[in-house]
Design a protein around this ligand. Structure first.
Ligand code: ADP
Length: 201
């Protein structure tokens, strides 16, 4: 299948764009959803994470306590590396498994850290970046999650810059603070049609 990688900073609108594409018939494999599933109660990553970092990183409901884990990982590069060593192979395997059974006009991989990861580029036909100004990203994430501005800025500073992402992109969707959802839908629709055509070639 024709493969599109969809990326963008936190709060840029990746999920929104992916939802539109899915509604129009693309198959969507979201690595963030996979990471959530793996770290939900009973998820395959819970036991290895408990063994590596102790019971304090697991919430009462059996899910990964993301706030506690995020804090530990920010404080120690070694913790972050060990967490990634557990999660990344699992995410890769599950991404492959879901892509293998995906049905649609083409497949979209939603990958927040696509530009940062390096290994994705060779596996994709096309890279699409959802582009947004940092202030709008912060406002959207605050409204969505209640994280503090400081926490959001810290996450953003560990992600690629707007310029780095755009430099890696074949297609850019502008979704800044001035973009209405209607305008977003129009530009995403045009890309969807282009990708559908490419998928047939
Ligand atoms: P990401 O997946 O990149 O973190 P989301 O797609 O979850 O971002 O978008 C972040 C939040 O902003 C969501 O609540 C979403 O509904 C909202 N949002 C995204 N784009 C727009 C837009 N153009 N206008 C209004 N709200 C938007």
């Amino acid at each position: 299948m024709y493969k599109v990688g969809l990326t963008g900073g936190i709060g840029s609108g990746k999920s929104k764009v992916a939802d539109m594409l899915a509604a129009w018939g693309a198959a969507v494999v979201d690595t963030d959803v996979i990471a959530h599933d793996l770290t939900a109660p009973g998820g395959a990553a819970i036991e290895p994470i408990r063994q590596a970092f102790g019971p304090d990183v697991i919430a009462a409901n059996g899910a990964l306590d993301r706030a506690v884990m995020r804090e530990l990982a920010f404080q120690s590069p070694e913790v972050r590396r060990r967490l990634e060593a557990i999660l990344h192979p699992m995410i890769r395997g599950e991404t492959r498994a879901r892509a293998n059974v995906a049905q649609g006009s083409y497949v979209v991989f939603v990958v927040p850290l696509l530009v940062e990861s390096g290994s994705w580029h060779t596996q994709l036909d096309r890279i699409c970046v959802v582009d947004c100004d940092p202030e709008t990203q912060i406002a959207r994430v605050q409204a969505r999650s209640g994280l503090t501005r400081e926490a959001i800025e810290r996450i953003m500073s560990a992600q690629a810059s707007r310029e780095e992402r755009i430099a890696a992109a074949h297609d850019v969707v502008l979704n800044d603070g001035k973009t209405s959802l209607q305008e977003l839908e129009l530009s995403v629709r045009a890309l969807h049609e282009y990708w559908c055509m490419q998928a047939l070639l």
